[in-house]
Structure formats: C-alpha cells, structure tokens
Design a protein around this ligand. Sequence first.
Ligand SMILES: O=P(O)(O)OC[C@H]1O[C@H](O[C@H]2O[C@H](CO)[C@@H](O)[C@H](O)[C@H]2O)[C@H](O)[C@@H](O)[C@@H]1O
Length: 238
Amino acid sequence: MRDAVRGVAARFPTAIVSGRCRDKVFSFVRLAELYYAGSHGMDIRGPTADANHHHGNGKAEAEAEAVLCQPASEFLPVMQEVYAALVAKVERAIPGAKVEDNKFCLSVHFRCVEEACWAALFEQVRAVLRDHPGLRLTQGRKVLEVRPMIRWDKGKALEFLLHALGFAADADRDDVFPIYVGDDRTDEDAFRVLRARGHGAGILVSRFPKDTSASFTLRDPAEVKEFLRKLVGANDDS
Ligand SMILES: O=P(O)(O)OC[C@H]1O[C@H](O[C@H]2O[C@H](CO)[C@@H](O)[C@H](O)[C@H]2O)[C@H](O)[C@@H](O)[C@@H]1O
C-alpha cells in the first residue's frame, strides 16, 4: 500500500486524513511528500523535505514551518488534563479500557471491555467531561471520542487542503478532480463536502452496504491499493 500511495503522491497532491494523531500516522506511513491531517483534521501539515537536512534550521523548526492549520491549538492544555483524568478514572478503573492520546482529540476504546461494564464506562467518561463544557463526545466503532467543541471535522480539513492547494470550489478550473477514500463514520463529513461541491468522488471502503454520502465503494484495502495503482497507470498512459 505504501508504494501505491507513493506512486499517487508523485503525480497528484496527496493527503492522509485521520482521527489518530499526526505523528502516529506519519510513523505508519513514513512518506515526507504527503500532506497529513491528524486529530480528525485538526492538525494539518504540509510535505516536508528531510528535516535532518533542512537548510540552517533544526528538525523542530522544519516541523513548525510545515504546520499549516491547527484550529484547536488553544485546547491543547485541556486535552492533556482530560487525558490524564481519563487514564486515572477510566483506563485504570475499568479492565480492558484504553485511552489514546490523539493530541487534539482523545479516544476511549472499549472494544476489550466486558459489555456489562459499558454503561459504567460511558458514565465515567461523561463525568470527566462535566468539568469541561468546551469539549464534546462522539462515538465511533467501539470507541468514544473526546473533541473540542469547534466546527471542524475531516470535511473542513478537506476544504482547507483544497483551498490551500488552489483547488477551492470557486476556482475556475476543470482540471481538478478530488478523490477522498475512507472507511470510518467520520469520513462521511468529507464525502458530504465532495457531494456539495458537485465535483470529485467520495469512495467508501466497506464490505457491506452502508448509508453513505460517498459516490462509490471499494471492498477492502486490497481493492484500494489496486485502485491507486490503476489511477497512476491511467495517468501514465495519457
Ligand atoms: O480516521 P481513521 O484513520 O479512520 O481512524 C479512526 C480511529 O482509528 C483507530 O481506531 C480504530 O482502530 C482500533 C484498533 O486499532 C479499533 O479498536 C477501533 O474500533 C477503530 O475505530 C484509532 O485508535 C482511533 O483513535 C481513530 O479515531
């Protein structure tokens, strides 16, 4: 998959948009030429040259220069405080619970928690959040997510990236065709952006029929890889 993504990025501006924190996503993908939007799009970074060879600047400066958008930066101290509280009151108290620090959002995983304890876990998380009215709770697949209460999601991140790249909807050009591939409920915000734009394609990755705003589906990562390879091949032939 990494080679397929690298091939696409060599021809088209390419971004990875994820709920996980940006550094973690980068450690999985390790392609400096990509855009990365971590924390559900609340932490966007552009491509970087090899930070170790950055002219005159250190790695930290190169990294800071590459950051394009952090709309929830003021929430960082509160997210760290809530992370510590969730580890103490949920992860350490409920067997199987796992709290993941995704920088501008937090994930409370309950996949490995006995179903009989789910209600107690939800209540503990809600109790922690009662002291923090600036945060909201959403639910994913066997995971609760704590997020800043700002109007920002993967769809906003997609709009930001399109604008930053000069591909905004009002730009008078017909040589741009945004494609967004995703398998998570939170990817629906980005699919909706492409639908509203009336141009581009949202692609849901799922083996099963689902209610979605995507225009197409692929069944699994193997089909995504094949699609990315064909995308590059089609471009080579033109
Ligand atoms: O935005 P994505 O890149 O699709 O990330 C969504 C969430 O991915 C991770 O959770 C998922 O994988 C877990 C196993 O590693 C699984 O237990 C969970 O049900 C999945 O949703 C990640 O841990 C979350 O922080 C992301 O929000």
